[in-house]
Design a protein around this ligand. Structure first.
Ligand SMILES: [Zn+2]
Length: 218
């Protein structure tokens, strides 16, 4: 085996990192507020309501108007028979489970079923872990994305923020065929980040390669 090889396919020349991404701000529905007499953003209060009517239950996530604290109840389910409710969901509702409530607050698809206009936020917290450390001669970085919840953040914006690269430079690397994504797709960098997505950037010959590689890790 030739250990001097700088063959770019060699895993020992790839810094492999995992980025776990969590959005910071829950999406806000814009709703007509009766008290404010205008359309306002509503924010999740972190509280739920559970109502029983015989064997049928209603559950809501409570939102508050950002202008006046009026509430809006977002249905989680309505008039559902107790036998049709997932036991874990029922347990979370009965115990005010904070982690579960947070997950529902960030559930964009669920919110879309009850609100027409939704304000999304691209601010995220990125936790970086090294899966395979960089050799001194690392030429590439491979990033595995993990998304706890959906976010509207675009892939190129994430790379720009976290690796300290301008969008122009990312575009130049992309044009030179030095950025690869899995799954493949046209314009992937301009779309929102996806769970399990992998991004590989070939940094061979870049003068600030080591600085970029160090920003890719924790
Ligand atoms: Zn209001």
């Amino acid at each position: 085996m030739d250990f001097q090889s700088e063959e770019p396919d060699d895993m020992s020349h790839t810094l492999l990192v995992q980025w776990t991404i969590k959005p910071r701000i829950a999406p806000r529905p814009w709703l007509a507020c009766n008290r404010c007499r205008t359309v306002r953003p509503f924010e999740p209060s972190g509280k739920t309501r559970l109502n029983a009517n015989g064997r049928r239950l209603d559950a809501w996530l409570i939102y508050r108007c950002s202008g006046c604290d009026s509430t809006w109840n977002r249905p989680i389910f309505e008039r559902r028979h107790i036998r049709d409710i997932d036991p874990a969901t029922l347990h979370a509702l009965q115990n005010n489970d904070g982690a579960w409530i947070e997950k529902v607050s960030f559930d964009l698809d669920g919110l879309r079923q009850n609100a027409g206009r939704i304000e999304e936020f691209a601010e995220v917290h990125v936790e970086k872990t090294i899966l395979n450390p960089a050799a001194a001669s690392s030429l590439r970085v491979e990033i595995v994305l993990g998304l706890a919840m959906k976010t509207s953040l675009r892939t190129e914006r994430l790379l720009s923020m976290e690796l300290g690269l301008s969008r122009k430079r990312i575009a130049m690397l992309e044009e030179a065929g030095r950025v690869a994504t899995t799954p493949l797709g046209r314009n992937t960098l301009r779309r929102s980040v996806k769970d399990q997505m992998r991004i590989t950037i070939d940094l061979a010959g870049e003068a600030d390669r080591n600085a970029i590689l160090s920003r890719a890790g924790p």
